[in-house]
Design a protein around this ligand. Structure first.
Ligand SMILES: O=C(O)/C=C/C(=O)CC(=O)C(=O)O
Length: 273
């Protein structure tokens, strides 16, 4: 894969969500969060993906999937890739970063638990439309030390999550190097670096606010946070008319599968109709 595609380079990195092709997420990257969900501390990064259709910008509504009754917020620092590459060494990894966003990795926790129990992928739990709300683009220069910033999230003004990126098990340069060995990074890709502890359930009409603060330059970045880092996103139900009916298979067969195993796509086909 070429390191830089001239057509891609002409695009505006501050609007990466309009054309970026991948969202690569890191799970269990904060020990206290791994433990709150009763997981072991990982020895290497846990990776999963979201599609670009997961993006939703600050101020737009999050759609609440009808198949979950336990949607969780996870606040994260997102790293926006400015220069692609494969097998990027840790020593030059930060040269590939264009900037950052504050993001949420919304997770249908009940669905994820079932997927985990059955050894199934987490796609339904993590990759639905609007599962990745993002703030405005934050240029790299505004966060001189991304390994030492505070992230916080409030639900209806109540503080739920607070943690420092210094608590990450795998650092940003390590993650860029590790991921790019396996999945070539391209300009406009976003890496979600994991969430600190305090994840909890959100409901329709809840209001989420999140922020980022540079610990070392607290005074300056507190102001920056207020301007660029805050997310304020109302939740609303998936419109009933939305349909996931992507299968044409015989309904009675799907109904049988629904009874046997309600996490199969049959649930999506049959559920609200
Ligand atoms: O392993 C689990 O039970 C859940 C993991 C996550 O959802 C983790 C993340 O996405 C994260 O740590 O950021």
């Amino acid at each position: 894969m070429p390191e830089s595609d001239p057509e891609m380079s002409a695009r505006n990195i501050t609007r990466f969500w309009e054309w970026g092709r991948k969202i690569i997420c890191v799970g269990r990257n904060y020990a206290d969060h791994a433990l709150e969900l009763k997981n072991a501390i990982p020895k290497e990064p846990v990776l999963f993906l979201k599609p670009p259709s997961a993006y939703v910008k600050e101020g737009s509504p999050i759609l609440l999937p009808f198949y979950t009754s336990n949607l969780h917020h996870e606040v994260e620092l997102g790293v926006v890739v400015g220069k692609g590459g494969t097998a990027i060494p840790q020593s030059s990894a930060m040269e590939h970063v264009a900037g950052y966003v504050l993001c949420l990795d919304l997770t249908a926790r009940d669905v994820q638990e079932e997927c985990k129990a059955k050894g199934l992928p987490w796609t339904l739990a993590k990759a639905f439309n609007t599962s990745c709300p993002i703030s405005d683009f934050i240029p790299k220069e505004k966060i001189p030390d991304p390994g030492s910033v505070n992230l916080w999230l409030k639900v209806n003004s109540v503080l739920k999550q607070q943690g420092s990126t210094s608590q990450m098990i795998f650092s940003i340069p390590y993650l860029i190097s590790y991921i790019s060995e396996i999945i070539s990074l391209e300009e406009g890709d976003l890496i979600l670096t994991g969430t600190p502890k305090g994840v909890s359930s959100v409901q329709e009409h809840d209001e989420l606010q999140a922020g980022i603060e540079d610990i070392k330059h607290f005074e300056v970045c507190h102001e920056v946070v207020f301007l660029i880092g805050a997310l304020k996103v109302p939740l609303q139900a998936f419109p009933q008319s939305v349909s996931f009916s992507i299968h044409t298979a015989n309904k009675s067969k799907l109904l049988y599968r629904h009874k046997q195993n309600h996490l199969t796509p049959a649930l999506l086909l049959l559920s609200p109709h």
